[in-house]
Ligand binder design. Sequence first.
Ligand code: 13P
Length: 234
Amino acid sequence: MIIGNWKLNHLKAQTLEVLDQLIAGLGDLELAVAPVVTLLGLACERVRGTKLKIAAQNVFYASHGAYTGEWSVGHLKELGVSMAIIGHSERRQYFCETSESVAQKSKACLDGGLTPIVCIGESLSERESGKARQVIEKQLEPVLKINPPEKLVIAYEPVWAIGTGKNATPEEIQEMHAFLRAHTSTKTRLLYGGSVNANNAAQVLGVPNVDGALVGGASLEARSLLAIARAVSK
Ligand code: 13P
């Protein structure tokens, strides 16, 4: 499972251009991309009838009501979106996302038929002070309390590896993913994210208990995202 998180990038023309390039190069590869929310409808129309899937970068937990600026699982479903990234570290850092809201959003996704991709990850200072596992456990606790682990996709993205070009070592990934497996289910899909690119994807995805990758910067161009997916499928 390879998912491209486009974050706040690509206006309409670029979004459609990259989607077309991905569709043209997709073959048997399994890929999803998460464009900016305003372009999700257009993106879903563009990929209809292809194997390329569209994910959202966020969703609110309530189905409707007085929540200015939000959108619900129902809104995403009616566009044809199939998954939603929840609790990305950038949302936790800049938009006050808490592990409790991540848990509620994940539940809303599962109840409404969307696959939640729950992001967790420790900061550099938390890792350096030996608290990485503790942080991850705390982030996961509310999520696992109200959601069946086998239905979740969990993306381990150490904050210090995001957009830095400094990805975690295979040993660090292996250790955390073994810990995550022990806390979830054999059926939980565990993704790694943080500076994954076409050169390191095969190595990262070769680590035990890594079932896929969540890719930021290297997903913005079709060529590099397809190269990652190909490296992994080998
Ligand atoms: P980079 O691949 O740019 O490090 O971003 C990772 C990420 O945040 C994906 O959600």
